[in-house]
Ligand binder design. Structure first.
Ligand SMILES: Nc1nc2c(ncn2[C@@H]2O[C@H](COP(=O)(O)OP(=O)(O)OP(=O)(O)O)[C@@H](O)[C@H]2O)c(=O)[nH]1
Ligand SMILES: [Mg+2]
Length: 362
């Protein structure tokens, strides 16, 4: 039996198995087997439908526009950036990656317009894998919905999920240490409600991890454990955008809100409605900070801040200035909300806040 047949067989078995307390273990093991076979299949075939899109990364962050055909991705790109991506009333107008730059809060945010994806994209339909794989390396995915088809959010998430891209999730807090002998020790520091230790062992075994230790530090489910064992998952923040709201009234919008269930930004890219809010939410979701550098003997540069992910240390700031700048750096003076008083002396481990003024001393 070939890989596709084996996969089909397990999928059939899963469909037949009702999910309840007594079948949890069994289902967990089936999921693990399935994930492993799929990874094998992936490695042995390239069902991408052509070479990967060529993208030159630019700017401080990369944002991708993911959505079905004709939802208005290109119109959004053109509104937010200087790009001129082709817009038309038929599906699959955009056939390749079209980049644009949004300058916001001193940051250059690269936005990539992409061809629309359809159901089955992750298994190769409409060259969907090429499109979706661009999202793997993005700092943020904008999931674009048409106001008349808000239910497509599930489809987008499903296709991304199938490509190993987890949106708005954190990597599970699990530490796996592999070794050659001695069996497998599974411990958890929290109460597990979705998974028994026996199932953890079974799933790990399906992945060839039968020696070493697994330490679980949050209440994960079987899918999350499989993600960790598979190892090549990407965790990408997402922002949901509902486009073409110029075509509906308030009442309709309220009903959509209930249906979608998560928060989204309503816009009309064509009419330019709410696009400033969209840019603002984009910035918020990226979760970046601006650092104004000041030379020991000069003024702070408020025109061109350094842009870094929130939580970065001053050591990261040095590396961003230049990979080797950190070698000679010793300590820093900081003014701003991360310190108690102006020009406070701090170590390079210090974590600055948005808009801090920083002087690195060498
Ligand atoms: N009424 C209205 N129409 C819009 C809006 N945004 C885009 N459109 C129209 O929707 C159609 C599709 O827009 P595109 O921007 O080409 O859509 P796309 O998602 O890039 O489509 P593909 O490249 O084919 O995937 C065009 O006719 C646009 O004029 C909007 O906010 N309101
Ligand atoms: Mg387009």
């Amino acid at each position: 039996m070939g890989l596709p047949e084996k996969i089909k067989q397990i999928e059939e078995e899963m469909k037949k198995t009702q999910i309840h307390k007594h079948t949890e273990h069994h289902i967990g093991l089936l999921k693990a087997k399935l994930a492993r076979l799929r990874a094998e299949l992936e490695a042995s075939t390239s069902k991408g439908g052509g070479p990967a899109f060529e993208i030159r990364k630019g700017g401080d962050a990369t944002v991708v526009l993911i959505g079905l055909p004709s939802v208005g991705k290109s119109t959004i790109l053109n509104r937010l950036t200087n790009a001129k991506s082709k817009v038309a009333a038929y599906a699959f107008t955009t056939l390749t990656v079209v980049p644009g730059i949004l300058r916001y809060n001193g940051a250059d945010i690269q936005i990539l317009d992409l061809p629309g994806i359809i159901s089955g994209a992750s298994s190769g339909k409409g060259r969907g894998r090429r499109v979706l794989s661009v999202a793997r390396n993005a700092d943020l995915a904008m999931l674009i919905l048409d106001v008349f088809q808000p239910g497509q959010l599930d489809l987008l998430k499903h296709e991304l999920n199938e490509m190993g891209i987890r949106v708005n999730q954190k990597p599970p807090d699990v530490v796996i240490t592999r070794s050659n002998k001695g069996g497998l020790a599974v411990t958890s520091s929290v109460k597990l409600t979705k998974l028994s230790l026996a199932t953890v062992k079974g799933i790990a075994d399906a992945y060839g991890v039968s020696n070493g230790s697994i330490l679980i530090r949050e209440d994960i489910n079987d899918d999350q454990l499989i993600d960790i064992l598979t190892g090549n998952r990407r965790y990408v923040p997402a922002l949901v955008v509902l486009n073409k709201v110029d075509l509906v009234n308030e009442q309709y919008l309220a009903a959509v809100k209930k249906q979608v269930g998560t928060s989204f930004v309503p816009v009309s890219a064509e009419k330019g409605l709410n696009m400033d809010v969209l840019a603002d939410r984009l910035w918020e979701t990226l979760n970046f900070i601006r650092i104004y550098l000041k030379r020991p003997d000069g003024e702070a540069d408020f025109e061109k801040p350094l842009i870094l992910p929130a939580g970065s240390s001053l050591r990261d700031v040095c590396k961003k200035i230049h990979p080797r700048f950190v070698e000679g750096a010793k300590y820093a003076f900081v003014t701003g909300s991360s310190v108690k008083f102006e020009g406070q002396r701090v170590s390079l481990d210090h974590v600055p806040a948005d808009k801090d003024v920083v002087t690195i001393m060498r």
